[in-house]
Design a protein around this ligand. Sequence first.
Ligand code: HAM
Length: 421
Amino acid sequence: MLTSVPRGTKDILPNTVHEWLYLENKIRQLCAVYGFEEIRTPVFEHTELFLRGIGETTDVVEKEMYTFSDRSGRSITLRPENTASVVRAYLQNKLYADGNITKLFYIGSMFRYDKPQAGRYREFHQFGVEALGEQNPMVDAEVISLAADLLTELGLKDILLKINSVGCPKCRPVYREKLQAFFRNKLDQLCKDCQSRFDRNPLRILDCKNPHCKEIAADAPKITDCLCDECAEHFSQLQKYLTTVGIKFILDPQLVRGLDYYTKTAFEFKYTPLGAQSAVLGGGRYDGLVEECGGNPTPAVGFATGLERLLLALETQKLLPAKENNCDIFFVALGEKSRQTTFKWLQQLRRQKVTALMDYSDHSMKSQMKHANKTKAKYAVILGDDELNKKVAIVRNMLDSQQMEIPFDTLIEKLIFEVNK
Ligand code: HAM
């Protein structure tokens, strides 16, 4: 227990942190280009926010939330996603004050009591964007373009974009009834989960992973045939804008998302080799959520991507950068007096932004050189009693093993020159 992490969580170790930084840098550069600003919200919120925001009959709320009472008896939940939190922050901090579109992005950990497997964790990380305050389908196309640009820039191949419209509170009830009429006499053939979805949330039947339910749902009426004029127009405009900017997509009338707040546009980017975890990125429009959370009616659209899944896809396609060696100088000191001298040089170099390390132990020359090799240092600087007496240090180029003796008074200057060459 004491030496293992809780199920579904993992350490991100020093040998992979550079992969996360690589991804996060690409994300930040792209968000800047698109005019999205970073927001950081708390990792936990009042439970009520997610019950209202995500929907009480969703799997996330019913089965996956980490909810507990704090010491004052308040019900607190570790955020299972960040859209509801961003909407809360938008309202609380009046980020709508200038009346324009508000474009926000976030990177952070989310928590869901999911069944852990490759690409599915209980603590996972999302990058997401939210554009609040504009109903124009051009904004839907903008966030989809941002997602597509990220995946393209990372070099990912074989990614599919699926889009759908899930309608609005005006046309969805009509579709809901049609769907119930279709499934009513097939209920006993559906899985237990779908049977309970029938009354509470029949659209979710379309998203069931059970192959038998899938087969039955294949002939279900299509939501895109039931859209009201406004939703149909929005969907057709979105397709036009995506085509204008050269983004390929597939229409998938069965695409419904796992959270209840979606209206009109729903989309997912899939990387099929990840199997059950093929959804690398998903999002859509949520025009009713701000009002549901107590604000004025405010249209909004966004997406989130699971960074673990993205990294898995990048790893499969061998697109992750190698870890860079950044040690310039390694000091090998023999004896206390030499150590004291090299410690002074070590700090002088670091203050000049030269990456320098040393072995503080009393180990043999051989063992310290081994240490130097392990750090992949460009140069080893060796100092023993003889060199101390002669006031020179041995500088060894670790690539070609060439050595030279450099007098103390020019050593630091020479080392700075060599590493910046
Ligand atoms: P979501 O589809 O629930 O949407 O999650 C978005 C992405 O998070 C998924 O496509 C997947 O890559 C990743 N993800 C979800 N659960 C896990 C897990 N257990 N382990 C690893 N990765 C996971 C949302 O969260 C919405 N808030 C997206 C959104 C933003 N819609 C509008 N704005």
